[in-house]
Design a protein around this ligand. Sequence first.
Ligand code: PLP
Length: 385
Amino acid sequence: MAGAGIEEFLKRRAEDGLLRQLCPAASRRNGMLSFGGREYIDFSSNDYLGLSHDPRLIAEAAKALETWGVSSSASRLMSGDLDIHHQLETKTAAFKKKEAALVFNSGYQANVGILSALYGKSDCIFADRLCHASIIDGVLLSGARLFRFRHNDAGHARVLIEKERNKFRNALIVTESIFSMEGDRAPLDELVGLKERYDCAMMADEAHATGIFGAGGSGVVEDDGLSARIDLIMGTFSKALGGFGGYLAASRATIDYLVNACRSFIYSTALPPSVIACNALSIDIVRKESFRRIQLLENARFLRDGLRQQGFEVRGCSQIVPVMTGETKRTAACAQRLREKGYRVLPIRPPTVPENSARLRLSLTAFHTEEILQRFINDLGDIAF
Ligand SMILES: *Cc1c(COP(=O)(O)O)cnc(C)c1O
């Protein structure tokens, strides 16, 4: 797109109420955001456990800055590879109960790099229809044939696999374990059954599950007891763990292969030492402090129950709570009224979600006390009806 095409695009987006715009905050702390001189309760952050300002992580980052400086200054295969990168990978592999792990510069770069390095033109990938853009981009870059099954529908996945699997060399089934827009949980056990029956590999994206689910906070894969049977477990340090960067936990051979073949890993400067050190400490904190995730999920239950009592259709079973509002215009109006009442809530509209399934997406964090949630439930009830 060039020249007049760009202006036409922007004009159309604005007319349809779909223009995306950046919105810089003057401050962000303790679950509050401020814009234009006003403070808002933030329901749009992925800082689920409130760790992004944890004093222990800040101190750890400061120590790493003193020791190693502000940058890694080169890619891992040049001189950017530090002991602490390997310590973080060992810790991540243990956290995810896999043989080995590799750290990526973001979850986005992980998905794009992993899929395009491991799969190619003679392969096929079966993905849940609601998988994250980074997964889809990875598949496109790989050149593999993409088949999308209906959301969380293992029966539909089986139909596609039975029909298509044999036409390709390697096959992969990929899903998120907790979905970012639905807040629901994938039927991992059924998908693993398919993977084993039809000679596929399996990948789970635990971006929203890590730190929240599982006895040790490792994610839904751990919670379902499937760590050994899912080949590729990826995720990000940037959500519940409060840090930054992506990772893959997998077999030693897979990780060694990616070090040789994964372009988003090879051709990018290693994450800064302060970030790496924080991520490692954050895994320790999450493993030890289970009260954080237990409280968060209890609060999510409280919010769901309260909203349902008010007559709302609420989806999911995690810290992500989508409130279905149907029409795009009504959803935008609700988000606007909520803003006037001091809440920052994102309206999610087509094309991010299917037509007529617009919603308010509430992201719960450790900062939302029961008192805040009760007030929100009452306020949303007043606004929407
Ligand atoms: C956020 C997210 C990513 C990307 O992770 P970043 O570290 O933010 O790049 C990948 N997959 C899913 C499902 C996500 O929600």
